[in-house]
Design a protein around this ligand. Sequence first.
Ligand code: NDP
Length: 313
Amino acid sequence: RVVCVTGASGFIASWLVKLLLQRGYTVKATVRNLNDPKKVVHLKALEGADERLHLVQADLIEDGSFDSVVDGCEGVFHTASPVLFSTSDPQAELIEPAVKGTLNILRSCSKVTSVRRVVVTSSMASVLFNDIPKGPDVVVDETWFSDPAFCEETKYWYPLSKTLAEKAAWKFAEENGIDLVVMQPGLVLGPLLQPTLNWSSEAILDMIKGKEVFPSYRFVDVRDVAYAHIMAFENPSASGRYCLVGNTLSHPKTLQVLDKLYPSLNIPVINATDNPIYQVSKKKAESLGIKFMPLEVSFKDTFESLKEKNFLT
Ligand code: NDP
């Protein structure tokens, strides 16, 4: 069985490729730059890669660059999208690659007969950014959508890019008869396979230093996210969107958990009033067979990995 993963060098995609190879799939993995060892060495080293991993260079915004890649694939996992929170040109750096890239891939899928389902990696950023009041009694679920006008007003450009890309994906899929399933991970942590730091792993390093990245976090382990993508493809009854959040914690509470696990790091614990949080429904994800990893295990594995790669001394 042949599948395609876009943005394969990334944090989530590398785990997805690893699990797919483990499950016996042949994987066509697209990367932006085949000549950059940092983007491919870890993929080539995966078990089964010699026999069943095919690396292909493809750019998100180049029309037709995915046509030949998706041809012959039964499933397409579209994970590639820029992840950045500070930008001077949101249109060029975030919105265009996210929206155009997603449509580009879906268009390629619509031209071939082999693709049975497309799984797109969206985000909780495409769920939560609206003016609906949130509090401890609020349970966010898959019916929620971020509001582009709200994102624009508040200059939340990354959420805007993910929301517009997802909305465009649903519209295209509906108009072109594509079986689309969308994943909405929260803040992804867990061990790194790639040699470089991705945004969310960097955010964990910032938290250790006491920096409030967000007032509250929606954590999910990268291995749960990768597995959920595969379940979303393999399970015929999977449909619609899936919120992927194992634990919701305020910033102060997160620091307390981290300090308990790693007292030697001298994490600047805040004893101030807790920031308000809300819950994210696990029901739909659990119906896919996802059993979210305990947060302590995710943190420990993240730390071990960051230490091993010399990002944490
Ligand atoms: P990474 O930054 O590790 O991976 C992003 C991938 O997208 C990289 O492979 C990158 O390629 C590729 N990419 C970015 N811009 C372009 C472009 N213009 N053309 C081609 N490829 C591009 O991030 P993650 O693994 O964390 O993110 C993967 C997906 O998951 C994204 O869609 C992100 O929005 C989503 N997500 C991530 C969360 C997180 O906390 N990490 C949370 C929720 C959703 P290159 O390596 O060449 O830069």
